[in-house]
Design a protein around this ligand. Structure first.
Ligand SMILES: [Zn+2]
Ligand SMILES: [Zn+2]
Length: 162
């Protein structure tokens, strides 16, 4: 699974990570609130778009859950971040597939910025106080959230973001 936009966004903030090596890995099987011992968690809801791989229709969603689990190995100075982006399925198709969200570069940058803040606080003991990071850009989306077609809703964690 390509994690290139996340990886390159993370590397632009490498100077804030104390010279340690961090990598980000997309992992669709991590579970919220059950991170491994010594791992930290950050959950965020963001705007993204989806595309049905069957009928090709696209739709926006203002509530796409992103779960990060991160860990710093202080002996090797290597950090690992696992990211799970919750999927949604097409509501027009009879046998839809769960589709991966597409985040804009801006939203990926905002998400990694906030993630890096959490890493600095949790793994490096920095006290950042109140941060003035910009909030995630929320494009206008009309209509209700399609809970029946949202993977995070099915797992019962969708409304627990932020
Ligand atoms: Zn479809
Ligand atoms: Zn949902």
């Amino acid at each position: 699974m390509a994690s290139v936009p996340w990886e390159s966004s993370l590397q632009t903030k490498a100077s804030e990570l104390h010279g340690d090596t961090w990598q980000i890995i997309i992992n669709g099987s991590i579970k919220p609130h059950s991170q491994a011992p010594g791992w930290h968690q950050y959950i965020f809801g963001s705007f993204a778009r989806f595309k049905c791989s069957i009928c090709k229709r696209t739709w926006p969603s203002k509530r796409v859950l992103v779960v990060f689990h991160f860990h710093l190995n202080t002996a090797t100075k290597q950090g690992t971040i696992k990211v799970r982006r919750y999927k949604q399925e097409c509501r027009k198709c009879n046998e839809p597939r769960m589709e991966d969200p597409n985040f804009s570069e801006d939203n990926i940058n905002v998400l990694t910025e906030r993630l890096v803040d959490r890493i600095r606080m949790r793994c490096y003991g920095e006290n950042l106080g109140e941060t003035n990071r910009p909030s995630v850009f929320r494009d206008r989306v009309n209509g209700p959230h399609e809970s029946a077609h949202c993977e995070a809703c099915k797992d019962g964690i969708c409304n627990k973001a932020n």
